[in-house]
Design a protein. Sequence first.
Length: 419
Amino acid sequence: MEIRKPKGTNDILPEEVRKWHAIEKTAMELSDVYGYQEIRTPIFEHTELFVRGVGETTDIVGKEMYTFEDKGNRSITLRPEGTASVCRAFVENKLYGDNQVHKLYYMGPMFRYERPQKGRYKQFHQYGVELLGSNHPVTDAEIISFATELLKKMGLIDLELQINTVGCPVCKPVYRQVLIDFFSEYKEGLCPTCNERMEKNPLRILDCKNKECIEIAKEAPSMTEHVCEDCGPHYESVKGYLDAADVDYTENPRLVRGLDYYTNTAFEIIAKDFAAQGTVCGGGRYNGLVGSIGGKDVPGIGFAMGMERIILLLSEKNIFKDSKKILDYYIIALGELEEIPAFALLKKLRDHSYFAEIDYTGKNFKNKLKYADKSGAKSVIIIGENERKNKTVMIKNMETGQQEEIDLQLFINNLKEER
RNA sequence: GUGGGUGUGGCGAAGUGGUUAACGCACCGGAUUGUGACUCCGGCAUUCGUGGGUUCAAGUCCCAUCACUCACCCCA
């Protein structure tokens, strides 16, 4: 039986990797401009980190974690998201010690145990940023505008930025109770999962896709009516900064993020014409998170974007141009005696940064030329008995078909002059 | 976890119970000597995901199973 890749994982073939390089490059370059530095954390962590950080009531912790016991009977989990790890590293390495704002980004694989489908995999990749150490609303706006700008730079269009405020430890519980009171009236009409949500996380009822639930939720009181005196102005202020930076946004009072740690500002960036897995980027503020995993109470905000989804969207729109490298020279040695000087020449070409290959496979000359043609090389260098004896090379232009025998040493000397 | 769709050579794809399983691309060989592309000729699935069943006869019907895929939940 042939061994196949585990469901929900992907081999990223060379042609595809070029696309990854393109968006990774854009991400890294813009990170520099915005002042974010890369951080690399382990791909697995103690399970406890995610349970405490992401939250026990979330789907991620409840049913989507890749958890196993290692040989020392420790419970280990493949990271399902990046924020908890970054915060852990922030605390563990005492980065808070200098009392400065820390701006970090990360890129890499995440793991969630769920049924794969278009734009959703068990192993997927995120680029994410975290800004730790400030609760100033301008940082909310910075993070959001960075996210929108980055997607734009990558080439995505037709995106919608949705923002909301989900409250803080002061007003969230109050609003939560308001929602419970409201939805209790409609228990019958709500779907079974929403009835469960009533106890675990009533905010998520607002986000339910079920038709009846949507109808009921339309009438539900919104967070904005219940924010406390800190959160209200904070949210207003964030919007003011966004306006100042010309960032277009839509307010969505029913936007609820699936992770427990979010406070205040929450946002998502959605691809309009990508129905199923339209969320390309999601983020928000998480002021209690660092404290909850054992650090001092440092506020934070960040976002994560799904690389596969970005690539999917860009590919559908044919954004990627063909960046395949064109072969400068393809060297053909006609006989065994010619192979040594041919290989020596190959090295010379590469020493001068030419993209060159030598024929490994061809049987007869005709065949070798055919491979040369297939390789897409601009020119072919032929070394046969005559050339060997004359100390020359035959340079054939594959486009015009014209060829010219020139002195080997002269050819090499010209290489030096050209580059 | 739940529901739908699909499974024919490396890829795409005909075939809707009856002789040798179309075709296109790719690939391989040839059209004699050290010249590719274009053209021409030839080759390339004892077998239709797997296992069972119905039938005189199955890629075509039935059942099971596996795989892939899409959607729901949820999310990136």
